[in-house]
Write a protein that binds this ligand. Structure first.
Ligand code: R5P
Length: 311
């Protein structure tokens, strides 16, 4: 069975192919001088793409990731429909319709932060994007979406999967934390699961976001004196949340603070800032980054297996 991806997701897509004992096929991509994208589905995979379901690995981040994802799904659908027509007259032009069987595996679902309409006229982008993508494939697997509620009532098949088991294993092996902390109440479930797997206590901090770059943590007594603490979050962007949480932990006597997340966005010099506040930073390879030490592939594979059984 073929697993297809663009270059940004080669690592996680190859990992997924490996997990599922499938064949990895890279797509050819480039940019036109005006920045628009070009994409060609892999010629050598035409036969397997027509005879078996295809797993497309692609994210909705950054913005051009949405376009690339749509192009990839459309390219695979053309092949499965038998439309190979081309102006050069290369190879077969039209084949029988082999039937569409495409699953989309999304390592990082961008646009999931806004899950509510706070003011009239606001658009819940995650739903809009899912509506478009879902009509172009037969099921979507999403790794550690920021807020699952935003797509929970979506009418198409969506599997939400998590890298918590793999992140917990890494923390247990490399950090041996005594305590797990969620930097805000909303992410407490993730911290609880990690803490349960490792077998240590957990808690959360009350976080107030002032703006995109400024957050405040309300002081809270935590039993972290003399302890090694791992802060666990779904994503690290500017690093502000982790730096402030780490400062709060050290004020309460933590001797080591580590930060682990699924999605290492690391914007605006985040890593440079983080290393001044924490002893270690770990993420999955859902986004390519220098701290991607955990594979997102096993989690995606769990979701793909479930959806494959429904095709
Ligand atoms: C917020 O709800 C998220 O789970 C993260 O805590 C947040 O996006 C991290 O952002 P930053 O690294 O910019 O503080």
């Amino acid at each position: 069975m073929p697993v297809v991806s663009g270059p940004a997701y080669t690592e996680v897509a190859m990992g997924l192919a490996n997990e599922l004992n499938m064949q990895y096929l890279p797509t050819e991509t480039r940019r036109f001088p005006d920045g628009e994208g070009y994409l060609r589905t892999p010629v050598e995979g035409f036969n397997s793409m027509r005879s078996e379901p295809v797993i497309v690995v692609s994210s909705t981040f950054p913005d051009n990731g949405i376009v690339q994802t749509m192009m990839m799904l459309a390219g695979v659908a053309d092949i499965q429909r038998g439309d190979l027509s081309n102006l050069k007259g290369e190879g077969e032009q039209n084949l029988d319709d082999s039937g569409r069987r495409i699953l989309l595996a999304v390592p990082y679902y961008g646009y999931a932060r806004q899950d509510k309409r706070f003011s009239a006229g606001e658009v819940i982008a995650a739903g809009v994007i899912a509506d478009h993508l879902a009509t172009a494939c037969d099921g979507i697997v999403i790794l550690d979406i920021h807020e699952p509620k935003v797509l929970e009532s979506h009418k198409h098949p969506i599997q939400f999967v998590t890298s918590v088991p793999e992140l917990s294993e890494l923390l247990s092996k490399d950090v041996s934390p005594d305590f797990i902390l969620s930097p805000d109440k909303g992410a407490i479930d993730r911290a609880r699961k990690v803490a349960e797997i490792i077998g240590v206590p957990y808690s959360y901090l009350e976080k107030k976001r002032i703006d995109a770059h400024t957050i405040e943590h309300t002081p809270k007594d935590l039993d972290v004196s003399g302890k090694i603490v791992a802060i666990v979050d779904d994503m690290i962007s500017t690093g502000g949340t982790i730096c402030r949480a780490s400062d709060a932990l050290r004020r309460q006597g933590a001797i080591e603070v580590h930060a682990a997340c699924t999605h290492g966005l690391f914007t605006s010099g985040a890593l440079t800032r983080l290393v001044k506040h924490v002893d270690g930073v770990y993420s999955t390879d859902s986004l390519s980054n220098p701290r991607a030490v955990v594979s997102g592939a096993p989690a995606l594979a769990r979701g793909v297996k479930k959806l494959l059984s429904t095709l």
